[in-house]
Ligand binder design. Structure first.
Ligand code: 6R9
Length: 647
C-alpha cells in the first residue's frame, strides 16, 4: 500500500455540484431518510404516472422483497431519447469508433430516436410483446444500443450475451429465459480478427431448449456470406428501414423487468440477474452524473462491452438518460497498436474516461511512450471498475495517462448492484490509490466477520449492505429461491456481496477481492464450478478442481487441477486439447492459464475438495498450506506441491 492521499483538486471542488461538505450532509440525509431523498432524486426522470410509494423493501429471507417507486410508470427509452429531443436533438448521443481506426461515426439524439423507433416497430411487427425475452448477441456497434433501447421501448426484456461467449454458453442463456428472438450480426470484428457470431447462433439453436426462438435478426457488419435459414433468419437493415420513425413507448411499471444479464456465481450455472425499470434508471443516471461530474459538453468514454453490466449501466443507460455524448468502441486497446486508446481520446476529444485495471496494467507494461504519442489534453477525469486496482497501476494511470491533472474514481459495484455503490466523488473525496473510498448516497455498507458479527471502526472482513438502493437486482430470473439463498442467507438481514473488504481509520473501503468461488479474470467473473463442469465433460477427464491464482495483467488467472481417467497419460498435447475444450465450451475468457495433472485431489473424509490447499499451491505458497491432517489422503498434497506449475 502506498499510503498516499491525493486531496480533492481545488478546481473540481469549486465548480462541482457536490463538495466534501455537501457529500457529508447529503449522505447523512440519504441514509436517515431514504424515502425523502430518493423521491427527490427520482424526479430527474420523466414519469408517465408519478409514483406515490418510494421504497418497499425487506431483506428478511422469509419475506424478501425489493420494490422502488412501485406504482409509478415510465419508459426507459423515452427517458433516454424522447425527452432530449427538444433541447438536444442535434447533440451527438453516440460516437462510434470502429475496430478499424479509419471508421467512426456520430449519431445525434434525433437520429438515434428515429432508429430506435424503427427497430421497436419492427420487433412489434415480428410479434414481440411486453415481457417477451430477446437475446442480443452483437459486437460493440450502434445497433447493439439500438436493439437494447428498442426492447426497452416496447417493454421486451433484453438479455445481452457477450460476443465472446461460445455457442453452448449462448444456448444456455437463451434456454434459461426462453427468448423469442435473437439479434446478432454476420460477424464481429475485434483487433482485426473476425468473430463468427451468426455461425455461433446457428450452432446454439441446435441445442436442446432453444426452440422458443422464432426469429433471428442479422445485422450486416463485415459482409461475410452467412447461411440464412428461411423463414427464421432475416436481415436487420432492410426490415428496419421499412418502419415508421415514430413508435409509442410502452408505459412500464417501475418494477417491470428491463433486462436480464447472466453472471457467474460460486455454484452452478450462471444466474440471470434481473433488473427492473424505475429504480435502475434513477440509480444509474444519478450515479453517472455524480461520480463522473458530468457536464453538458463532456465526451464520455467507457471502454466496457455492452455484454457486461458496465456496458449496460455506463455505456448506455446512465449516459443516455443524462443526455450525454457516449462513445462506443468496437476494438481492443492493443490494435492496431498499444496507443489506440489515447489516439481515440485525442480524435474525439474525450473528457471522461472509464476503463478496467486489467487494461491499465497491460498498457503500463508497454511503458509511457505509446501514451505520450497522444496529447490527452481533453481528459479531465479517469475512472476504473471491475477489480481491485493495485496502487502502482493507479499511480501510473494518474501520473502518465492523466498527466497528474485528472482525479481518479475507483468505482466498486457488481452486476447485482446495477450501479456504482462505493466510489470517490471527484469534487468531494480525497483519494487513496487502491481504495474505492466511500459509499455513494443511500448506500449502507457494513463489515462482518465469519460469524456475522458487524465490526466497528478500522477492520477487515466480508462486505455486506444493510439496506437497499434503487438499482439493486430484484431476483434471479426464474429462480427466486436461488436469489434469496445466494445473497440473503449468509448474513440474515443484509445483502452479501461475496467480496472481502478492509475499512481503514478514515472510513475508506479497500476491496480485497472475492471471498467465494468466483474468479475475477480481467474484470470478468468466472465461476470455478463452470470451468470444472466444462472439464469433466471431456471424455478423458475423471475429476477437476479450479481455483484462481495471481496474474500480473489479468489480476487473477485460472488454475485447473485435472485428474484423468485411470490409465490415461497426461501429455502436453492433451493439456492443450483440454484448454481448447474449455475455450470452446464457455468462451476464450474461461481458458485455464495453468493446467496441472493431479493423480489425486486433496479431499476431506466427507469427500469435499479442499480448495484452500489448492489455492496455496497455485499461489506458489506451499509453506502456507496449513493443517492437512484432516484430509482423507494427505499424501496427494506432496505430489501436487512437487509438480506445481508456478514457482
Ligand atoms: C461492475 C462489475 C463484480 C465484482 C465485485 C468485485 C469486483 C468490481 C471493483 C471490484 C475492487 C473495484 N470489482 N469493481 N473490486 N474494486 N472498483 O465489475 O460487475 O462483473 O459483476 O463484477 O468485481 O469483486 O464483486 P461484475
Amino acid at each position: 500500500m502506498s499510503g498516499k492521499v491525493y486531496p480533492v483538486d481545488p478546481a473540481f471542488a469549486e465548480r462541482t455540484r457536490i463538495n466534501a461538505d455537501t457529500y457529508e450532509a447529503l449522505y447523512a440525509r440519504s441514509v436517515a431518510d431514504p424515502e425523502g431523498f430518493w423521491s427527490e432524486i427520482a424526479r430527474r426522470l420523466d414519469w408517465i404516472t408519478p409514483f406515490s410509494r418510494v421504497k418497499d423493501v425487506s431483506f428478511d429471507p422469509n419475506n424478501l422483497h425489493i420494490r422502488w417507486f412501485d406504482d409509478g410508470r415510465l419508459n426507459v427509452s423515452a427517458n433516454c431519447l424522447d425527452r432530449h429531443l427538444a433541447s438536444r436533438g442535434d447533440k451527438t448521443a453516440i460516437v462510434f469508433e470502429g475496430d478499424n481506426p479509419d471508421e467512426s461515426r456520430r449519431i445525434s439524439y434525433r437520429e438515434l430516436y428515429e432508429e430506435v423507433c424503427r427497430a421497436a416497430n419492427l420487433l412489434r411487427n415480428l410479434g414481440v410483446k411486453k415481457g417477451d425475452r430477446v437475446a442480443i448477441y452483437l459486437p460493440m456497434i450502434p445497433e447493439a444500443a439500438v436493439a437494447m433501447l428498442a426492447c426497452a421501448r416496447i417493454g421486451a426484456v433484453h438479455s445481452v450475451v457477450f460476443g465472446g461467449f461460445s455457442p453452448d454458453s449462448l444456448a444456455g442463456r437463451i434456454a434459461d429465459s426462453q427468448c423469442k428472438l435473437v439479434i446478432t450480426a454476420d460477424e464481429g470484428l475485434r483487433g482485426g480478427k473476425k468473430v463468427p457470431l451468426k455461425a455461433n447462433v446457428d450452432e446454439a439453436l441446435t441445442r436442446p431448449g432453444t426452440t422458443s426462438v422464432e426469429t433471428v435478426l442479422v445485422v450486416r457488419r463485415t459482409g461475410a456470406p452467412v447461411p440464412m435459414q428461411v423463414p427464421r433468419d432475416r436481415w436487420w437493415a432492410p426490415l428496419v428501414a421499412m418502419q415508421a420513425t415514430e413508435c409509442a413507448p410502452e408505459p412500464m411499471g417501475a418494477e417491470d423487468p428491463l433486462f436480464i444479464l447472466y453472471t457467474s456465481g460460486s455454484t452452478g450455472k450462471p444466474k440471470g440477474v434481473l433488473h427492473t425499470t424505475g429504480g435502475y434508471l434513477v440509480y444509474v443516471s444519478y450515479t453517472h452524473e455524480c461520480v463522473f461530474d458530468l457536464r453538458e459538453d463532456d465526451v464520455y468514454w467507457c471502454t466496457a462491452d455492452v455484454g457486461w453490466v458496465t456496458g449496460h449501466s455506463y455505456v448506455l443507460y446512465g449516459p443516455l438518460a443524462n443526455g450525454a455524448t457516449t462513445l462506443m468502441f468496437e476494438g481492443v486497446p492493443s490494435w492496431p497498436d498499444v496507443s489506440r486508446f489515447w489516439r481515440v481520446v485525442d480524435k474525439h476529444k474525450v473528457t471522461l474516461f472509464y476503463t478496467a485495471p486489467t487494461a491499465i496494467r497491460a498498457l503500463m507494461r508497454d511503458g509511457d511512450a505509446p501514451v505520450k504519442q497522444a496529447s490527452r489534453q481533453s481528459l479531465r477525469l479517469l475512472g476504473t471498475v471491475g477489480e481491485p486496482i493495485n496502487p502502482e497501476a493507479w499511480e501510473w494511470y494518474h501520473k502518465v495517462v492523466g498527466d497528474g491533472r485528472c482525479p481518479i474514481v475507483d468505482t466498486w459495484w457488481q452486476t447485482e448492484t446495477g450501479g456504482i455503490l462505493i466510489s470517490p466523488l471527484p469534487g468531494a473525496t480525497a483519494t487513496k490509490p487502491g481504495s474505492a473510498t466511500r459509499p455513494f448516497f443511500g448506500v449502507k455498507p457494513a463489515v462482518v466477520d465469519a460469524a456475522g458479527q458487524v465490526l466497528d471502526g478500522a477492520c477487515e472482513g466480508n462486505l455486506v449492505l444493510t439496506d437497499s438502493w434503487p438499482g439493486q437486482m430484484r431476483t434471479v430470473y426464474g429462480d427466486h429461491a436461488r436469489f434469496v439463498e445466494t445473497y440473503f442467507t449468509a448474513y440474515p438481514g443484509s445483502y452479501f456481496t461475496g467480496d472481502g473488504v478492509r475499512r481503514d481509520e478514515d472510513g475508506y473501503y479497500w476491496i480485497t477481492g472475492r471471498v467465494d468461488d468466483v474468479i475475477n479474470v480481467s474484470g470478468h467473473r468466472i465461476g470455478t464450478a463452470e470451468v470444472e463442469s466444462a472439464l469433466v465433460a471431456h471424455p478423458k477427464v475423471a475429476e477437476a478442481a479450479v481455483v484462481g491464482c495471481p496474474h500480473d495483467i489479468k489480476g487473477q488467472g485460472i488454475y485447473a487441477y485435472v485428474t484423468l481417467n485411470a490409465g490415461e497419460p497426461g501429455s502436453d498435447e492433451l493439456r492443450r486439447e483440454l484448454i481448447g475444450w474449455v475455450r470452446k465450451e464457455i468462451g476464450p475468457i474461461a481458458s485455464p492459464d495453468y493446467l496441472q495433472w493431479a493423480p489425486g485431489l486433496p479431499k476431506t473424509r466427507s469427500g469435499k475438495i479442499m480448495r484452500r490447499i489448492l489455492r496455496k499451491i497455485a499461489e506458489n505458497a506451499p509453506e502456507q498450506l496449513g493443517d492437512t491432517s484432516t484430509l482423507a489422503d494427505p499424501s496427494v498434497v506432496h505430489n501436487l506441491v512437487e509438480e506445481r506449475l508456478v514457482r
